[in-house]
Design a protein around this ligand. Sequence first.
Ligand code: ARG
Length: 273
Amino acid sequence: MTLKNYLYSILLLGLALILVGCQSQKSQSKAKDASWTAVKKRGKLIVATETGFAPFAFKTLVDGKDTIVGSDVDMVKAIADQLGVEVEFKEMSFDNVLATVQSGKADIGISGISITKERQKSFLFSTGYYTAKTTLMIQKSQEEKLVSIDDFADKSIASQKGSIQETLAKEVFSDAQQVSLPQTGEMVMELKQGKVEGILLEEPIAKAYVAKNNDLMISSLDIPSDNSDQYGILLPKTSQALANKIDSVLKPMVTSGEVDQMIQDAFNLSVNQ
Ligand code: ARG
């Protein structure tokens, strides 16, 4: 064998090994992602949610029974229906929704969860289904007094534990005292009692509270930050197959306006209950 031929065969062998390596890696990652097949086999999608977040997820009496309702709930039911599986909702605090999905104890999480770059490091998201904007809710009686960010320097701002508003509050109202609470209802209570002067909430949630509490209002103060975000369904990083399945039915529901209609209907239900 000439030296040239010898080198040539080594090169070929090397290439062959690389090819085999790639192939087995490919089949390995395919074999590992059983996220959709597991749901299908079980016949049920396990969903982590927080229900203090009208109009997206909340509780109401249906035929005398305390029931989880809301547009996120309707949306997941419609998705599961099209995929031919049942749904089981597990209720928990918002920060636990994230932790439960990360640990794989639920297949998905839904709860008005914003898609952020930070969360994308540890999670997958479905396609975005709603664009939300953060607003500041205050007591109506304070409308004239709390007009600028500086007016909050010696005041308290509340936000939900684990939410993007918690980060935003620290960034924007850096001189204010920060109060982080697990439930939206608690934050609203504190605002009504004057224990905090402002709370950061996304617009539809704030609107739902204002509609039922005439002592509260959405401040005209603009939050100076890129504060609009997309809601998505949260999945473990390893659940690409399930994410694809969900997107295949969710995308048409978003573009047809079906999801917006669900949000509108849920809003009406929440303010009239
Ligand atoms: N969209 C915000 C976030 O993702 C707040 C979500 C709060 N959701 C809830 N169910 N309480 O951080």
